[in-house]
Ligand binder design. Structure first.
Ligand code: UDP
Length: 381
């Protein structure tokens, strides 16, 4: 069959690879001038340091199938993400662990003592946290919350943490040992040559035709047996019911000699520092040596019409608008919506890949039994 896939990020590329291997013909339409979506990586022109153009991407997963899958296409180097944060002129270890607790309270507690301390400051009255703020107060208490999460989150999301879902904070663990691995996942690494070659390998197939700098319009739908749309779901409908809210990021680049901050990611918890974090990209490739260094200060703001969408906001208003788009999408024929933008969800790379893999299996089985392909393989709400 002839399929159009809109978007050459992980969702589109995995789908293209799997469907091409099953004998189908794939036309990819990518509006940007490069592949990889927001995972795109490239070498910095001045310093030759590998840059994650749209912000740091560390691959981490618990899913062996996904880990084995990506390892077919790249040489993943062992990498543990260790993030630090600055609050009121002092540096602390993240995610909150025994070192952070001892640093913050100027103590020398063992795990049990630290647990007791945190229990004594945590807000016990919150039984079932319904917001980011309640989740934080219940698990770490007011002082740690205000130093590390409140200011950062207001900068990152542009709203008060009491308006945000608890799920955002649930991404981060609290530990009563000295483990400062930012992620809890079993497998973690960074591809030696960046993410772009992975996408290149996925798309390097005789049945796949890649069109860069090419917008796809829903009017072209009938040229194909089916369209898999990984762009923003509201864009498919020309934003007829409004624009779904996203946060976008601005990166301010600086070049320095030597080592700027001694680690890959330094967060800034104070609200009066305008950026959320500074990434120093050469530390994501510790197997390389560079005299120079390049850093990016990261500023988050509301995503306007011409900006690149990063984080779906998904508050009450956006969810209502999303429902309208979902209903309209289900009335369409011959189009399915996938991925971070197609389903308007905050997805890590591993989840994106797993969903694309599972979707392609379903597609192949639906086609073999002559069934209509679904609008969504994963419900967006
Ligand atoms: N967060 C925070 N302070 C930090 C790090 C994270 O308040 O130093 C909050 C913030 O709201 C963020 C969320 O925790 O959006 C999830 O953090 P994560 O590091 O997973 O964000 P990502 O890397 O996806 O931007």
């Amino acid at each position: 069959m002839n399929f159009a896939i809109v978007g050459a990020g992980f969702s589109g590329a995995v789908l293209a690879y799997e469907l091409a291997n099953a004998g189908h013909y794939i036309h990819i339409f990518e509006s940007r001038g490069h592949i990889g979506g927001n995972c795109h990586s490239e070498r910095d022109k001045n310093t030759n340091i590998m840059i994650h153009k749209y912000g740091p991407h560390i691959f981490h997963t618990d899913n062996k199938e996904v880990w084995d899958y990506v390892n077919q296409f790249a040489n993943f180097m062992p990498y543990i993400n260790r993030v630090k944060t600055i609050s009121k002129g002092k540096v602390f270890s993240l995610p909150i662990n025994l070192h952070t607790i001892n640093q913050f309270f100027d103590k020398c507690l063992n795990p049990n003592e630290a647990k007791k301390l945190i229990e004594s400051i945590a807000d016990e009255s919150i039984k079932d946290p319904s917001s980011f703020e309640e989740q934080a107060l219940k698990f770490i208490g007011k002082d740690l919350y205000e130093s590390f999460f409140k200011g950062y989150t207001i900068k990152q999301w542009g709203v008060e943490p009491k308006e945000l879902p608890a799920s955002i904070l649930k991404r981060l663990p609290v530990r009563f040992n000295y483990d400062d691995n930012y992620f809890n996942h079993k497998y973690q690494g960074i591809p030696k040559d960046g993410y772009t070659p992975i996408i290149e390998s996925l798309l390097n197939h005789k049945n796949i035709k890649l069109n860069l700098n090419t917008q796809f319009s829903s009017d072209q739908k009938d040229d194909f047996h089916h369209v898999f749309f990984t762009g923003p779901i509201d864009a498919w409908f020309n934003y007829e019911y409004g624009r779904l809210g996203y946060r976008t990021l601005d990166f301010k680049r600086e070049e320095h000699d030597g080592d700027y901050q001694g680690c890959a990611v330094m967060n800034y918890g104070d609200q009066d520092i305008p950026y959320t974090r500074i990434s120093e990209h050469k530390h994501f490739s510790p197997w390389e040596y560079h005299d120079k260094t390049v850093i990016f200060k990261e500023y988050s703001r509301y995503c306007e019409d011409e900006d690149i969408p990063y984080y779906p906001i998904r508050l009450v208003n956006e969810k209502a608008m999303l429902m309208t788009y979902i209903e309209r999408a289900k009335e369409q024929s011959k189009v399915s919506f996938l991925g971070r933008l197609g389903t308007y969800r905050y997805l890590d790379m591993d989840v994106t890949i797993l969903e694309a893999l599972e979707s392609s299996r379903q597609i192949i089985s639906f086609i073999s039994s002559n069934e209509t392909l679904p609008t969504f393989f994963v419900e967006p709400i």
